[in-house]
Design a protein around this ligand. Structure first.
Ligand code: RNT
Ligand code: ZN
Length: 413
């Protein structure tokens, strides 16, 4: 008897799609899984509360309280997600026995993570943390009118770049160091240019230190608004896209950071026309930048299509960015990461060459007809095959999380 996968393979072959090729390719596309879903973006440096226009809501029990717990939880996620994974760290996840300030961070504070990642064959990516800290003054960091505030954060980001470069050098793949700042105003500003000029100067100072591109990829992440920062964002899309273009850094697109009818899937090819690399934060915005767990929805599929049909597997750096404290965090992590993998696999199973040909020939009726027909191809059978080849649980993965919750998470009081 033919297996479900054999039949599916034939169904895709009828459309000129090689499912084996898709399986081989999806397994190689790196996806950087964010560490911060496990503890509601708290980190280990004693931050009291999340600030900067981002928020986790909910108090589901079991949040990780220390590096050991976070690493153990992440191990469960790793075991349930197929493919090539990386781990995305934030500076506040430094591991230190003695208190350490953000502007004094060093590589040694991340050595335990490097060891952890190496043992699991993961690459590491990095983020300076410019929020949840008393040096965020009047909501501002790198764009503050106060010199000492700017200087503190410049030192912090410089320290982070040095750490990221060292991590990249040691791991043998570039470490993405992504800068996101919360700077902005709740109400209509009296000066829109000044903060942006100061941010530009701060970034110039930060990037005056050069590192080899094999060690570090620098990116800047724009945003449209945040909670309590509704009227003005210093690091807007136009600001960073121009900064990036003129200074040879990379843009990071977070799909929760635009107006709801603007699509990151459309921005990816626009940037690929100009940049060698584009970084992503894949999330799910619900009305605002809400950082909901990624579902398998149209936009994530569209994002995946733009990556694979433009052969940008190594040009688009995929990172995840969501945090939900209202449900089991290990499950939240797993669901979003598996959905990213699903989206990539499904995108690889589309007859892109044929569809593109129809577009170029102006056969738009046929293009629409075909695009809708292929939606019911047996993607699920190929997904199941991917999981089994990767030795990852199938649709019963939730049992693993339930058992872990009962044994480990429920004990965290
Ligand atoms: C916030 C940005 C940023 C953060 C993380 C924790 O709106 O998306 O990327 O979510 O750095
Ligand atoms: Zn983000």
């Amino acid at each position: 008897m033919n297996s479900m996968f054999d039949l599916a393979k034939q169904a895709f072959a009828n459309w000129g799609v090689d499912a084996e090729e898709a399986l081989a390719r999806v397994a190689k596309i790196p996806v950087s899984i964010h560490c911060w879903q496990g503890d509601d973006v708290h980190g280990f440096l004693g931050a009291k509360e999340l600030s900067g226009g981002i928020q986790t809501t909910g108090n589901y029990p079991g949040a990780a309280r220390n590096p050991k717990e976070l690493m153990a939880d992440f191990d469960v996620v790793l075991s349930l997600v197929p493919g090539t994974k990386r781990i995305n760290l934030h500076a506040i996840y430094a591991i230190s026995d003695t208190p350490v300030e953000l502007d004094k961070l060093e590589y040694r504070h991340f050595e335990k993570w490097v060891k952890y990642a190496k043992e699991r064959n993961l690459g590491i990516d990095f983020n300076p943390t410019l929020f949840s800290h008393p040096m965020v003054v009047d909501g501002l960091t790198l764009s503050s009118p106060k010199k000492e505030v700017r200087e503190f954060w410049i030192k912090h980001v410089k320290a982070c770049r040095a750490i990221a470069a060292k991590i990249g050098q040691i791991q043998g793949t570039p470490c993405l160091n992504n800068i996101w700042i919360p700077d902005g105003f709740k109400d209509v500003p009296a000066d829109r240019l000044g903060p942006r000029q100061r941010l530009k100067e701060s970034l110039d100072e930060i990037f005056s230190v050069k590192y080899p591109s094999e060690y570090i990829v620098d990116s800047v992440e724009s945003k449209v608004f945040g909670i309590g920062v509704e009227s003005y964002t210093v690091g807007s899309n136009e600001f960073y896209q121009n900064y990036a273009a003129k200074n040879g850094v990379c843009c990071l697109l977070d799909n929760g950071h635009y107006h709801p009818l603007e699509y990151v899937s459309d921005k990816i090819p626009a940037l690929l026309a100009f940049y060698d690399k584009v970084a992503l934060h894949v999330t799910r915005g619900v009305r605002w930048d809400s950082d909901h767990v990624v579902r398998l929805e149209d936009e994530i599929l569209e994002i995946a299509k733009e990556i694979v049909r433009n052969n940008a597997d190594n040009k688009v750096l995929i990172g995840l960015d969501y945090f939900d404290a209202s449900i089991n965090r290990v499950a939240a992590w797993t669901i979003g990461a598996r959905n990213m993998e699903k989206a990539l696999l499904f995108a690889l199973l589309q007859p892109h060459a044929q569809l593109k040909k129809l577009q170029d020939e102006g056969k738009f009726t046929e293009l629409l007809a075909m695009s809708e027909e292929i939606k019911t191809l047996p993607y699920g059978a190929v997904w199941d095959e991917y999981l089994s080849r990767q030795k990852v649980a199938g649709n019963d993965w939730f049992k693993t999380v339930q058992a872990y919750e009962k044994k480990i998470l429920a004990e965290r009081k």
